[in-house]
Design a protein around this ligand. Structure first.
Ligand SMILES: Nc1ncnc2c1ncn2[C@@H]1O[C@H](COP(=O)(O)OP(=O)(O)OP(=O)(O)O)[C@@H](O)[C@H]1O
Length: 304
């Protein structure tokens, strides 16, 4: 089943700002990264998926439901972690998550149990009885994640879940998101302006820029299809680059490395032959996977 599908989705604010422009994309269940620079349209897309705002034109479906026509049905099955801090400081995490569980329709006892469970899943134990106002940023992010999980959704929409966290906190949050996506069988759409971050945990990546789709694909398809050989010689780099070009190999420079797309096994032989002919000292020849970031030749995306 298609998890999320949009067809020519467009959203303009006040007829002037185009936040999404003719976006057509379809993704299967799994962990999906939604990346784009600040202002690319990520939050707008999330709000449309939740049925919080209506598109200006185009179609959208989430878990087979149209959020514009039936926002309540979508929100029943979708959990949302907003980007900004929105937690009332005087309530404890246990009270808050229980309350939100009640709001999503759970009976009192079930809400309490589900809240404890959700808080345990995100790694909050005894501290869940303390007021949220005294929590660290990492703990607050975890409470936001727990409230998104409390009603046992089929899909989580996470808006910049690593915002404000230090590197260790970011790693821990990403590991948690990955665990939720793999062990709990919940699909996750995780939004970030840091491509290097989401590519680590996602099966699928949607990249948008200025409200337009740059690319949507499986991460493994993005990386394996673009393997390159990295060649380094201790001297004679220019000479080797010229020879490889003569052999009709498309060569790119990356510092001291020469990068040659790996067409087939013959590529190795051509490179080794050229190095031997020129009698150059070969320092390394190995296969390198493109980082996904290298596939997006856009200055707009921030590389982690
Ligand atoms: N309510 C609004 N009224 C007018 N313009 C808006 C509104 N909300 C968003 N925008 C504009 O729409 C564009 C997309 O914003 P959006 O918040 O969807 O991007 P984003 O990728 O989530 O960025 P960020 O990570 O900074 O939140 C931006 O140019 C933004 O200024």
């Amino acid at each position: 089943m298609t998890l999320i599908a949009t067809q020519s989705l467009t959203k303009t604010y006040g007829g002037r700002v185009t936040a999404l422009a003719d976006l057509t994309v379809a993704v299967e269940p799994g962990i999906i990264g939604l990346v784009g620079a600040n202002g690319a349209g990520k939050s707008t897309l999330i709000k449309i998926l939740l049925g919080l705002i209506a598109p200006t034109s185009g179609q959208v479906s989430v878990l087979g439901i149209d959020p514009t026509a039936d926002p309540a049905a979508v929100r029943n099955r979708v959990g949302y972690m907003p980007e900004h801090d929105c937690l009332p400081p005087d309530l404890s995490a246990a009270e808050l998550v229980t309350h939100l569980g009640r709001m999503s329709g759970l009976p009192r006892t079930a809400a309490r149990e589900r809240a404890s469970e959700a808080l345990r899943h995100v790694g909050l134990y005894e501290e869940r009885y303390r007021p949220v106002g005294g929590y660290s940023t990492g703990m607050k992010q975890r409470v936001k994640l727990a409230q998104a999980l409390v009603h046992d959704p089929d899909l989580l929409l996470l808006d910049e879940p690593t915002n404000g966290l230090d590197p260790a906190g970011r790693d821990a949050m990403l590991a948690l998101v990955h665990r939720i996506g793999t062990e709990f069988g919940i699909s996750v759409l995780v939004c970030s302006h840091l491509l290097g971050e989401v590519e680590r945990i996602c099966d699928t990546l949607i990249a948008i820029d200025g409200g337009r789709l740059l690319r949507a694909d499986n991460i493994s398809a993005m990386t394996t299809a673009t393997d390159v050989l990295a060649v380094e010689v201790s001297e004679g780099t220019e000479e080797l680059a010229a020879r490889l070009a003569e052999l009709k190999l498309p060569v790119a420079r990356d510092g001291r490395l020469l990068l040659v797309p790996l067409a087939d096994d013959g590529t190795y032989d051509l490179i080794l032959g050229a190095v031997a002919d020129l009698d150059l000292p070969l320092h390394r020849l190995d296969q390198r996977r493109h980082r996904v970031a290298e596939l997006f030749a856009t200055r707009e995306l921030t590389h982690a």
